[in-house]
Write a protein that binds this ligand. Sequence first.
Ligand SMILES: *Cc1c(COP(=O)(O)O)cnc(C)c1O
Length: 403
Amino acid sequence: MLTEEVRREADQYLMNTYARLPLSIARGRGARVYDLEGREYIDFVGGIAVNLLGHGHPDLVLAIQKQVVHLIHASNLYYTEPQVKLAKALVEHSFADKVFFCNSGAEANEAAIKLARRYAHDKHGSGRFQIITMKNSFHGRTLATLTATGQEKVQKGFEPLMPGFTYVPFNNLEALEQALSDQTAAIMLEPVQAEGGVHVVHQAYLARVRELCRERDILLIFDEVQTGMGRTGTLFAYEQLGVQPDIMTLAKGLGGGVPIGACLATNAVAKAFTPGSHASTFGGNPLACTAGLTVMQVLLEGRVLDHAKRMGDYLAKGLQDCKDRQPSVKEVRGLGLLQGMELAVDGKAVVEKAQSRGLLLNCTMDRVLRFVPPLVITQAEIDRLLDVLPHLIPAATQAGHHN
Ligand SMILES: *Cc1c(COP(=O)(O)O)cnc(C)c1O
């Protein structure tokens, strides 16, 4: 099939939930992907921060191939080795003592929300249920997680929303202190708001949030679904921020492309879950956990993580240089290989033009170009972006004429 035919059939058979670009990706290698017509693209989207080791990483391919032959799924009625090994690897390299596996970021956050409610309920009674989240956050599309998400456009038309959530502006300590009450069970935030336009949490703010939580036995939940697994230059973003959470969620990069999510917690918190509290049929299945374990092993070996950190710095500097020369670039923000470039103009046209020049880019919040390439992206590939990008961004004065 060619892209046109796939598009026609997609329109006919798929629910209309995505505004897709006119491109059908057929295969990939490293940080390159190829469409059905055989055209090559450098991939700065990486399946939205998912294809962590790039496409076709030999270790990941081999591990998955082997596991498929042994066992794909067994359910959580029984023990399986890959699940335990992945949990052990995550625990040994994080603040956490215990892990619950599921299949996506939203599910990981559902688990975190349930765990926080159960912990607060058991320890402080049924009046403690409220979770404070941030405006412009993104936590998923299930009913609880779209409620946690501080963006009206995600919630509109799905009311009534889940009770027990309240929102405060990100990085605003005063607003947070005012929102705290006897009902507060947890504070949930992304160390870098990614979908929300790539905003990095302030370290001093986070330190104070940690203190407030400790003083009042409020749980601190980090949604590291996008920032986790080396994306920001350390295995988890919180390692750079000097603050540990009580609960952390992972998904996107964890399986290197195989769907898997995880909710991690300290022993004190995790013990609020007992048999029957929470479950997932697919959660932690041997195939997904083998993928996750391989991703962990590659990251822990060190070279990919070092490379990602260097490439993150290189990309950030290149984007800053571009900003200095382009008045229609307002700001460059990010950590590691999660970078955002805020434009004074619409980003959609830039993404479309980039595609015709062989670059896959993503735009969030209308005007923020978000760069989340595979961690194995090369300097030459970043150079290609930096050569082309300045020519794709229109001068701010033209912005009005575009729409
Ligand atoms: C993508 C994302 C989610 C949702 O993950 P899904 O796998 O799409 O459910 C939640 N939180 C953050 C920070 C994300 O980036």
